[in-house]
Design a protein around this ligand. Structure first.
Ligand code: HEM
Length: 447
């Protein structure tokens, strides 16, 4: 819809929802103006149903839903571990172990024709296990057979929670507060289940930790290979329920985001065998006989990084970056007053034919450097913002990149990837951008 609106109204237009106005921009200069004008505490539009749930259960708003100084308190603690590449690189071996488990599982569930019956579920398990091992140094048991019913329930509650949240965010916030819908009841039910599961893990881990954390100085030292929860507790900067909510948010935020990017990357590679071959050659030449891609090896694979970047151009996780502007701005010649709700249209900006040659084509070469680069004409870093921008940008970017790249490196060494969807699959906006049709991916042994 935003694409059609852009064609009709140009790079800036207004959308009305009752007495609520949204300004949608899709020009890199406008995006730059909005993001560069952000103050100390950039604010996104509130996700009302999730905020209402936290209020109902008397839970802190955490990093995702809080504002101003409250939000800054969370980010100051969390950025130190999550946003620094050398800190995150310590987790590579644990993530590789999870990747090995997924590969084993795929071997077991693959049909004779190579199709993985529910690839989305398998990849979600990988994403959940990966983030859990970073956060708690604990495996959830998602790949256990038979799977613990509690773990299966957690998977189900996260999936249903997202669906209910999506339904409720389609209702304008001023109506939502007064209508007690079926979806709201669902959201409460699935949130309660998911929070309980995650809370139990955090509390179990916490018990073992209390003795261990004798000295905060030791455990918070930079470069220490400790799990994230131990680090957060040891800093002493978040109280018990704030630390719990922070962990739970990361667990939730890390699941569908990484899953979707992995699925779309498989889909794109399956549809573009020549890209797949080129990627396999790069991975083989860097990995040689090694099976465990660590941060140093991944650093030597620019084409792998470009494949993931190109996926996030065509199939970004969020269709637009929301912001509440801090000051008066002029965007594409129009005055936009402070406190306006602006959406920066990542999805349409990624398909802008004035900067991307053949924008519908999957072409990782757009992201290579120097003379290897092809098909991307813009020099603006605001044209493409898959993880957002500034102090409010994605907290899980580094973990997500490691998780996605290391899994792709493993898969490409073992398999030829085939996309089996009979028709073009497209991303649709369901809170996060999700595939319209069920992904159908086949993995064939390489000959
Ligand atoms: C490919 C995977 C991912 C993509 C494309 C992605 C993208 C994004 C985007 C666009 C935002 C909004 C940024 C902004 O407003 O400027 C965001 C926020 C966030 N992401 Fe991610 N994300 C991914 C994976 C993850 C993972 C794995 C985690 C957890 C470990 C995570 C945790 C968060 C959190 C906590 C925020 C809120 C930050 C804040 O409000 O301060 N994300 N992400």
């Amino acid at each position: 819809m935003t694409e059609r609106r852009k064609q009709k109204y140009g790079p800036i237009y207004k959308e009305k929802m009752g007495n609520f106005t949204i300004i949608v921009v899709s020009d890199a200069d406008d995006a730059q103006k909005v993001l560069r004008a952000e103050g100390k505490y950039p604010n996104r539009s509130p996700i009302v149903p999730l905020i209402e749930y936290r209020k109902k259960r008397n839970l802190p708003m955490g990093v995702m839903l809080s504002k101003d100084e409250e939000w800054k308190k969370f980010r100051t603690v969390m950025d130190k571990k999550m946003m620094r590449p050398h800190e995150v690189s310590c987790y590579a071996d644990r993530i590789n172990d999870v990747g090995d488990d997924l590969l084993q599982r795929l071997k077991r569930c693959r049909r004779d024709d190579g199709i993985i019956p529910d690839i989305e579920k398998e990849v979600t398990k990988y994403a959940a296990e990966s983030i859990a091992t970073v956060l708690f140094e604990k495996r959830l048991g998602m790949f256990n057979e038979p799977i613990d019913p509690k773990v299966e329930d957690f998977y189900e509650s996260i999936t249903k929670l997202l669906l209910a949240t999506n339904e409720l965010t389609a209702v304008p916030p001023f109506i939502f507060k007064y209508i007690f819908t079926k979806n709201w009841k669902k959201l409460v039910k699935w949130s309660d289940k998911a929070f309980q599961f995650a809370d139990d893990i955090v509390e179990e881990k916490r018990k073992g930790l209390e003795k261990k954390i004798a000295s905060a100085d030791d455990i918070t030292r930079s470069g220490d290979r400790i799990d994230f929860l131990s680090y957060v507790i040891a800093t002493g900067k978040l109280n018990r329920s704030e630390a719990n909510v922070a962990m739970i948010e990361l667990l939730f935020a890390g699941m569908d985001t990484a899953t979707s990017t992995i699925l779309w990357t498989l889909y794109n590679l399956g549809k573009n065998p020549q890209v797949q071959d080129k990627l396999r050659n790069e991975v083989r030449s860097v990995m040689k006989d090694c099976r465990e891609p660590d941060a140093n090896l991944l650093e030597k694979m620019p084409y792998l990084r470009s494949c993931v970047r190109e996926t996030l151009r065509l199939q970004p996780i969020v269709f637009a970056l929301p912001r509440i502007t801090d000051r008066d701005l002029v965007l594409s010649g129009y005055k936009v007053p402070a406190q306006s709700f602006v959406l920066i249209g990542s999805y349409i900006m990624g398909r802008d034919e004035s900067v991307f040659t053949n924008p519908q084509q999957y072409m990782p070469e757009r992201w290579l450097r120097g003379s290897d680069r092809q098909g991307y004409q813009s020099e603006s870093r605001f044209q493409y913002l898959p993880f957002g921008f500034g102090p409010r940008m994605c907290l899980g970017k580094r973990v997500a990149e490691m998780e996605i790249q290391s899994l792709m490196a493993k898969l490409i060494l073992d398999y030829e990837i085939k996309t089996m969807n009979p028709t073009e699959n497209t991303p649709v906006n369901r809170l996060l951008m999700a595939p319209k049709d069920k992904m159908q991916i086949a993995l064939h042994d390489l000959v």
